[in-house]
Ligand binder design. Sequence first.
Ligand SMILES: C[S@@+](CC[C@H](N)C(=O)[O-])C[C@H]1O[C@@H](n2cnc3c(N)ncnc32)[C@H](O)[C@@H]1O
Length: 203
Amino acid sequence: MDERSVVTAYRRLSGTYDRFFGPVFEQGRQVAIEKMGCQAGDRVLEVGVGTGLSLTQYAEGVEVVGIDVSPDMLEHARERLSEEQRSRITLTEMDAQAVDYPDDSFDKVVAMYVVSVAPDPKKVVDEMKRVCKPGGELFIVNHFSQKGPMAKLERLASPLSKLVGFRPSFPLDDFLAMADLEVIDTQNVNAFGYWTLIHARNS
Ligand SMILES: C[S@@+](CC[C@H](N)C(=O)[O-])C[C@H]1O[C@@H](n2cnc3c(N)ncnc32)[C@H](O)[C@@H]1O
């Protein structure tokens, strides 16, 4: 999908996104945010924040910037925030492939269910690395294509992937080779462990 198609697809999906993709992706969001272990005062960038389903899970005192190309998804995210959350969470329409923040701006950068939706996943990861401080942490939750018996499940889930614009074929090894990440660990999340949480250190 090119960027215009992403915006159009998520304009259509924005009203129903939470009902369907809220529960389906929830465990991955929770595990990622727990693993981020954010402390008061941390500055976090969440790319492709969508309707902001994760935002209420950050502890008080954590400063969060959420960016997304879809104004419709962001509108839902804004509606969800309490007054306290509005004082420390900034939501901005922005392309994750060209992040308008200086180098080394954030302690932690996270992308949940985004890298295979964006037209150029490498640019997304390069930008995540650029705006994250050296020694900071990167978190990516995504579905990567499977091999062996899991390939059958993959075929069953492919209409779901198409609906949200996920690339149908996106092997983890290829992604890691392309992304050039200093991986700390990976963990399977969500139903059937079908999605992967990658935790990496920024060099
Ligand atoms: C599957 S949704 C995930 C939303 C949210 N992270 C969640 O956990 O539900 C993918 C989101 O990525 C956004 N997105 C896709 N390409 C993007 C890009 N290049 N820059 C910023 N956001 C993008 C879409 O607009 C959409 O809101």
